[in-house]
Design a protein around this ligand. Structure first.
Ligand code: PMP
Ligand code: GLN
Length: 384
């Protein structure tokens, strides 16, 4: 690996390899179809109808109001749009601003593995110490005891990703209650990255962190329009928390990016007014795709984890190539099956090296059905 490759995120790296070998890219998580045309039109019109100068630092009034209404409609939660919502450049900036705001030199920050790649580097840049706790299959369960064993006087913050990328886990009420108990007992805070809140399957229900009893004053919810409206390139994210915490996080946001393009904010303000039917369709579309790829892969005898949420599914290659390193396996998959995935091992600390998870490969199924069928059969024929 060159130094340049070492610095790249796994998503960039796999995308480059995918292009080089002309393989189907089920690596980086993005849908192959753009979001609704009416939202695109709104953005285009807003370029001419709205001012193109700096919008308010915390975000357009229309967007903050509509997110507040959206949260009320979906979760029956009241938020003050003026003081409790901040618009950011995607969830990535929301995470950076929130982690920087909440972490002081030497603070310990709990992260659950497999962990989305951006958490740990930001915690470390903020001067914090990332305490990585591995969750393990098949249940990936978090208990109060696990938390208790990893807490000490330096523990300050817990970061969860709910639903969890890359494994598609949704945190249960009992797990969130355990977090609430530990947070309150130890004067801590919790950040919940909920970018996949609307991509949940079967009868599962997403539980926003700000609704958990005991966390009303100690939690930060992060969301993004990227996954909800299939517009990942727009980078419109948001933070919801108490007035005090939003002010602290805004202090970071004003020096990181300060504002977010006004026309895209206006179009997303419009998008958040979509009726419940839109969200039902979104869920059904991805649920059908999940079932389609799962059925083909399992028909080949591939061990496949069925996700509860997100548009990612994991396959296990251990049976076929037990000795192969996960990144090397991904390269073999690209070259031979002409399909790109993401090795789950990179979402774990080097020291963790858990046997159970090291042979999992994440596949993004937010693609059209023809592509999915082709990719799944190519993987199946290569592996079996
Ligand atoms: N967190 C998670 C878990 C993600 O999967 C992603 C990518 N959608 C992000 C954060 C970043 O979101 P955004 O593209 O809005 O910055
Ligand atoms: N969130 C996307 C994923 O999980 C990747 C975003 C990125 O490339 N950093 O695939």
């Amino acid at each position: 690996m060159t130094d340049k490759n070492k610095e790249m995120t796994i998503f960039q790296k796999m995308t480059e390899l995918s292009l080089k070998h002309n393989s189907i890219n089920l690596g980086q998580g993005f849908p192959d179809e753009d979001g609704p045309k009416d939202i695109l039109e709104k953005a285009s019109n807003a370029l001419f109808e709205l001012s193109n100068q700096y919008p308010p630092m915390k975000g357009l009034e229309s967007l903050r109001k509509n997110i507040s209404n959206h949260i009320d409609t979906h979760y029956k939660l009241q938020t003050n749009w003026e003081s409790e919502i901040l618009i950011t450049n995607g969830a990535t900036e929301a995470l950076a601003a929130s982690i920087l705001a909440m972490t002081n030199q030497g603070d310990e920050v709990i992260i659950f593995e497999p962990a989305y790649d951006s958490y740990k580097p930001i915690v470390e840049k903020a001067g914090g110490i990332a305490k990585c706790i591995p969750l393990l299959p098949p249940k990936w369960e978090l208990t109060y005891e696990i938390l208790k064993n990893n807490i000490n006087s330096k523990s300050k913050l817990i970061i969860i990703n709910n639903p969890m990328n890359p494994i598609g886990k949704m945190f249960k009420t009992s797990e969130l209650e355990a977090i609430s108990k530990i947070v309150n007992e130890n004067d801590m805070y919790v950040i919940s990255d909920e970018v996949h809140e609307h991509i949940v399957f079967d009868d599962n229900k997403h539980i926003p962190i700000i609704s958990v009893k005991g966390l009303e004053q100690r939690s930060i919810k992060i969301g993004s329009a990227g996954k909800t409206f299939s517009l990942t390139g727009w980078k419109i994210g948001f933070v919801i928390s108490t007035e005090e915490l939003i002010n602290t996080i805004s202090n970071m946001h004003q020096y990181i990016t300060f504002t977010v393009p006004p026309n895209l904010q206006e179009a997303i303000a419009y998008a958040y007014k979509k009726p419940k039917k839109y969200y039902e369709n979104l869920k059904q579309t991805f649920e059908d795709k999940r079932n389609l790829i799962y059925k083909i892969l399992t028909k080949y005898g591939i061990k496949t984890h069925l996700p509860e949420a997100t548009y990612f599914l994991n396959i296990d290659y251990e049976k076929k190539y037990p000795g192969l390193d996960p990144e090397d396996f991904c390269l073999e998959l690209i070259k031979n099956a002409k399909v790109t995935g993401i090795p789950i091992s990179v979402f774990y600390n080097k020291e963790t090296n858990e046997k159970d998870v090291s042979k999992l490969i994440r596949l993004c199924f937010a693609k059209n059905d023809t592509t999915l069928i082709k990719a799944a059969n190519q993987i199946g024929e290569y592996l079996y």
